[in-house]
Write a protein that binds this ligand. Sequence first.
Ligand code: MN
Length: 272
Amino acid sequence: MIKSAVTIALVPQIKTGPWIYWENLEASVTKAAQLGFDAIEFFTASADAVDSTALTQLLERSNLNLAAVGTGAGKVIQGLTLTDPNPEIRKQAVAFISDMILFGAKFKAPAIIGSMQGNVAPGGDRSQTLEWLAEGLTSLGKIAESNEVNLIYEPLNRYETNLINNLNDGTEFLNSLKTRNVKLLADLFHMNIEESSLPESIRKNGVAIGHIHLADSNRHPMGFGHTAVLEIAAALKDINYEGYLSAEAFPWPNPDEAAQQTIKAFNQFFKN
Ligand SMILES: [Mn+2]
């Protein structure tokens, strides 16, 4: 069964980003539960930003799960990536994500590596950079495995990374790793920019997909853009996808209406 999730950002420095709810964790969780979401996905400044006992109680009270934890704050606040030419920075990036993996694992939630993958630096060596990424993902994938969660790797569109931009390249890269515990994140907004066909790419890479970010073509909530949602729903059915569709969309026109539109689209097209 496909499950619904909604994003909550608890990091003021990413205020312009595509997250539905902002800052007030308890109020946001209550709203998500009232609308009937299955889970929340959240973005914190670090692994110790939220008390895990308090979060457990809050989620239990609301009958919600934690779908995933984002790691982007490691890049935005601390400037850490897995592909920085400085080995000390790469080491700190691995430590930051490792802590996030351990936090998420308390809730059986995977950590997501998006912007922390970094870029080939100007004048840098692409194959060396991809080797650093492989090293980081392999060691973190093993940490995740020993904590019984997946690690999620997200191909981003070309304006956000020059490393890996589509699902085919993502699958090929993950297959080259010495761990089978890293899964792909299919972000429908990035895919709208990079893929020739969203449903074909979903079918072709279905085995590797471990998480999905739900947004329309313009990063607004699903239904507020021109993505062919029926074709995507059919492709997810074909691959028997049973993970989360997590709304990573702008809070447009405001968080409450964005959340309402998201759950409406989820119930209409994806609930099975
Ligand atoms: Mn995403």
